[in-house]
Design a protein around this ligand. Structure first.
Ligand SMILES: [Fe+2]
Length: 184
């Protein structure tokens, strides 16, 4: 019998995903100014987050899966906590798992009526995200927030719906305290 050496590693609490078919991209503030309430006098070259994704799967094949890791830097933008852009899935039958790897954060969730709530993320926490919910990660801690993910390759990303109808809450760090602000 042929036995193949592992081609990809994710030593979950020690390292990022490494190996074949692993893509990496970095998001800087200059590409994400629209999601923050105030970006005046903030360095647009600030690194917000890095995404690693193991994309051996096919986006055309129902039932196929991707594996990912997002690391959000512990930075704020005029006191607003660092966050991902957030998205709905284009195919709302597709759920997703997130899991906490390092740091402290919030998984912000929103249903199609705009109802918004959060789950706290800590090392080892596991989060099942229903396919109909928009989801965004927010770093509320003092160290990088690492969150792993597994999702169907056919899920797709709908960012436009979030731009039209944003999450109802913003999260700030003021005098070391986390403060929620309702947008409407
Ligand atoms: Fe997703």
């Amino acid at each position: 019998m042929k036995v193949i050496e592992p081609q990809v590693f994710h030593k979950i609490y020690e390292d990022v995903i490494q190996g074949e078919h692993v893509k990496v991209y970095q998001k800087y503030l200059r590409e994400a100014t629209g999601i923050y309430s105030d970006t005046t006098e903030v360095d647009l070259d600030t690194l917000l987050y890095t995404v690693y994704s193991y994309e051996a799967g096919s986006p055309e094949k129902t039932g196929d899966l991707y594996w990912g890791l997002t690391i959000l830097e512990p930075v704020t933008v005029n006191e607003e906590c660092n966050m991902t852009r957030g998205h709905f899935h284009l195919d709302q039958n597709c759920a997703e798992f997130y899991f906490g790897v390092s740091g402290t954060g919030l998984l912000l969730l929103m249903d199609k009526n705009g109802e918004t709530w959060a789950e706290k993320i800590t090392k080892g926490s596991l989060h099942h995200i229903d396919g109909q919910l928009a989801h965004r990660l927010i770093n509320i801690g003092e160290e990088p927030l690492g969150v792993g993910a597994c999702w169907p390759t056919t899920a797709g990303h709908d960012y436009g719906a979030i731009e039209e109808k944003p999450f109802r809450y913003r999260v700030f760090k003021r005098n070391k305290k986390i403060v929620f602000e309702e947008s409407e």
